[in-house]
Design a protein around this ligand. Structure first.
Ligand code: KIV
Ligand code: ZN
Length: 520
């Protein structure tokens, strides 16, 4: 099946769940991946790269389950250049309404050195693996990894081979973020001009942001004829990340006069996607991040505020509502009812079912009792907390009381509900947070490394909620937990337990995978 979009239609290929999740510490749970995939599908992403099925049983199951639930988008699984990987990717995506296999090999001299394939052997390998993928699936994408550092003539040969073997999409990967906008455009033009069969396929652009040029490089490639952009929400991804979905989509929309292209994205869902990905990955969005940063629409200086009041176009090239950011910051309080809360959450981009609303309303009332004014940011933090800390968690924080002050040691009395059973202990430590974490370790002994502990105030004032992120490392794998509370130590305990729950569920899946493999 050859995809030939209309001249001006640019396909959006989201790889948050694959390249994004590869960022150390961004590990997402199975259910979180499903939630993100459903949102990407609803917001109009054309292709969702759901994971790397051969990587682990968890990856395989996530891709398979995403393939089953996605309604509109093509669901894609990644595979290296060998039959075992490709078969596994196909097994994972085959039940999708529209499945795709994405196979790749490093074509640059450095990568050829690693695979120990000379040029002819690599051409043969590309022919065999793309043919194999095409025999399984009508929709095959092939990527020359590190394409931008590959010798031109050889790159042309590889792309020609992949097209002849049946690839429908050729993805030009700037794997280490090395290219520049001019070079990125020139490369796509050269490929389109020199490679036989190039007009039969879609060229994609896959840029990394090591030099801060991923968005510019992707848009330059589109101007030269690429019609698929590979990107992630919030630009999540290895090292400095990938091209950010929200940036390319809003650039095309805002500067349509000079970039006359179309995407299928409902831009009003952008903020919701950004918040969800920030929550589940544990990677907060930097304040001055383009489009989705907290300050992207904030006007601090007097001149700017004055101009904005007279005419919003003075300093705004996009409207906040275009990305799903409500213009108001109406304060809620303890007298606000459930309907008002629901309306407010909808405005913030959250659609809640009746049961979830009931649960969130209880938490909202508790918060409003402790905090006179509940702002939008408080509600976002509360939603983050109810996504990450749920009633089904294996370990839950039941009770916490700390003693702290100038006299040491500080101590914590903690109760955890572990698999439905309450356990209680007291521990001391170097400060209340250390004492609390020691109490968690005493109640549920485990051997992991605390890699990061971070606290942010959600709003101003001494009654502000704190969002806490905790990153735990277990044998090279990283798990991030988050929580929000007006009490920083309570938020810390919950964030630690959240990371621990993720780690335990990952161990369970790994164990189940090993058992499955030894049984087969
Ligand atoms: O950056 C890269 O080269 C990749 C490939 C798998 C396409 O992510
Ligand atoms: Zn990549």
């Amino acid at each position: 099946m050859t995809q030939s979009p209309e001249q001006d239609r640019v396909l959006i290929f989201d790889t948050t769940l694959r390249d994004g999740e590869q960022s150390p510490g961004a590990t997402m749970s199975h259910d979180e991946k499903l939630e993100i995939a459903q949102l990407l599908d609803e917001m109009g992403v054309d292709i969702i790269e759901a994971g790397f099925p051969i990587a682990s049983i968890g990856d395989f199951e996530a891709v398979r389950d995403i393939a089953k639930v996605v309604q509109n988008a093509t669901v894609c699984g990644l595979a290296r250049a060998n039959a075992t990987d490709i078969d596994r990717a196909w097994e994972a995506v085959r039940e999708a309404r529209s499945p795709r296999i994405h196979t790749f090999i490093g074509t640059s001299p450095t990568h050829r050195g690693i695979t120990e394939l000379d040029m002819d052997a690599m051409i043969e390998c590309i022919h065999e693996t793309v043919t194999h993928a095409r025999n399984l699936c009508d929709n095959v994408q092939w990527s020359p990894m590190d394409a931008t550092r590959t010798e031109r003539d050889f790159l042309f040969r590889t792309v020609e081979t992949a097209i002849k073997a049946g690839a429908n999409t050729i993805n030009i990967a700037d794997t280490v973020g090395y290219t520049s906008p001019r070079e990125s455009a020139e490369l796509i033009r050269a490929l389109r001009g020199h490679v036989p069969g190039a007009d039969e396929i879609v060229f994609a652009t896959h840029c990394h942001n090591d030099l801060g040029m991923a968005t510019a490089n992707a848009l330059a490639a589109v101007e030269a004829g690429a019609r698929q952009i590979e990107c992630t929400i919030n630009g999540l991804g290895e090292r400095a990340g990938n091209t950010a979905l929200e940036e390319v989509v809003m650039a095309i929309r805002t500067r349509n006069d000079i970039m006359p292209y179309r995407t299928g994205i409902d831009t009003r869902r952008i903020m919701q996607a950004s918040r969800l990905v920030a929550t589940v990955s544990g990677f907060p969005v930097q304040y001055n991040k383009a489009v989705v940063g907290k300050n992207a629409f904030a006007h601090e200086s007097g001149i700017h505020q004055d101009g904005m009041l007279k005419n919003a176009e003075t300093f705004e090239i996009m409207r906040p509502e275009d990305i799903g950011l409500n213009a108001t910051n109406l304060v809620m309080g303890k007298h606000s009812g459930r309907a008002a809360l629901n309306a407010k959450l909808r405005e913030l981009g959250y659609e809640l079912g009746a049961n979830q609303l009931k649960d969130v309303f209880v938490r909202f009332k508790e918060l409003a009792d402790r905090k006179k004014e509940v702002y939008d940011d408080d509600l976002i933090a509360l939603m983050t907390d109810s996504t990450t800390n749920t009633a089904h968690d294996y370990i839950k924080v039941g009770y916490l009381r700390v003693v702290c002050g100038t006299e040491s040691p500080q101590s914590a009395e903690l109760a955890l509900i572990i698999d439905g059973e309450e356990r209680r202990t007291e521990a001391t430590g170097d400060g209340p947070v250390d004492a609390t974490f020691n109490a968690v370790k005493a109640l549920y002994p485990h051997d992991v490394r605390l890699q990061l502990y971070q606290v942010h105030a959600v709003t101003e004032g001494t009654d502000a909620q704190a969002t806490v992120s905790v990153r735990l490392e277990d044998q090279g794998k990283i798990f991030t937990g988050q929580s929000a509370d007006t009490d920083t130590v309570v938020a810390s305990a919950k964030a630690y337990v959240n990371a621990l729950n993720k780690l335990l569920s990952n161990r369970d899946r790994a164990r189940a995978g090993a058992a499955l493999q030894s049984a087969s």
